[in-house]
Design a protein around this ligand. Sequence first.
Ligand SMILES: N[C@@H](CCC[C@H](N)C(=O)O)C(=O)O
Length: 376
Amino acid sequence: MLFCCCGRMASLVHSSALSCSRATAALAPLPSRGDCRALNNGGLRTDLGLCRHKSNLPLLRRTRCDAFGNVRAQAMSVGVETKIASKADVGESSLQFVKYHGLGNDFILVDNRKSSTPCISPEAAAKLCDRNFGVGADGVIFVLPGINGSDYTMRIYNSDGSEPEMCGNGIRCMAKFVAELEGITESRSYKIDTLAGLIVPKLMDDGQICVDMGTPILEAKKIPTTLEPTQDGAVVKAPLVVAGRSWNVTCVSMGNPHCVALLDANEDVYSLPLAEIGPLFEKNEVFPAKTNTEFVQVLSPSHLRMRVWERGAGPTLACGTGACALVVAAVLEGRAERDCLVELPGGPLQIEWRESDNHVYMTGPAEIAFRGTAYL
Ligand SMILES: N[C@@H](CCC[C@H](N)C(=O)O)C(=O)O
């Protein structure tokens, strides 16, 4: 897998067709091909892991094109100029993508509007998500044609290639991506079909996206969890022993499963050994479809702080469905109000579980990082 990137990652990489041709004369000679030979990555070829030289040189500062359209880039520290392979070098199929993130939860967005099947396999998606040998992301999102009266369909693969039903930060990114594809700049909403049903993100005038995330699912079997319900069929503050500690957990599905552990008020959520306990929750036998897990500190009834271990992706900087699930859980446990600021490692989300329609509303940002082409 080879790739080049250009666009708005201005501080790291900047390139465009125009600036590429203008820059040609100033370029130093290319190094011999052996200097940036492709690494073999399980069947896919990887050249310069997102502009990172295979010898672990720092990220490249600048990308320019030579007269033949090949992209070259300069390493930051030592001024070594390296060539990023072009499609012509490899003769393999290419994938155009745009990288977005929602509070650091990052995704490779693919325009898949010509087909109702994702254009790459889960295995290829996992390789693209690899942060050393690929583009690097928490998941790959495909924009497919709409079905059932929706504008578009969203499909997503986690970074391990598994397919979740929904992704909160991802759908905000998808809304921005779709607006860009359509050339829309004004505020509007989209009806997006997902494996979790219809979800409606709305682009706001201030650049944020407010998403109607639908109704939370509380019935144990539908989450799914085999934990015994404690409150009207819901699993609220149920004891669960993991890593030798007894936790009180509340289980909520936002289309995808979440296990929420609200901590005692004086316990610092950042003191938890997330990498150790996260996988033990994710693969616990009481969660037959595995689970995402949120650890939560209640700073006040309207201010919650969370860390997340995601199913199929591990620790991420933010999880939109997780933030929604934990507000529902905190309300059910009587520890929070229905409208809360949720502080995630990557930044804040505003979450409201509205009493009038039982829907959860999530408001937050989505930002473009860069555009690129991957050669598969
Ligand atoms: N980060 C996402 C959730 C992505 C899916 C999750 N890993 C799962 O397997 O359910 C979000 O923002 O909601």
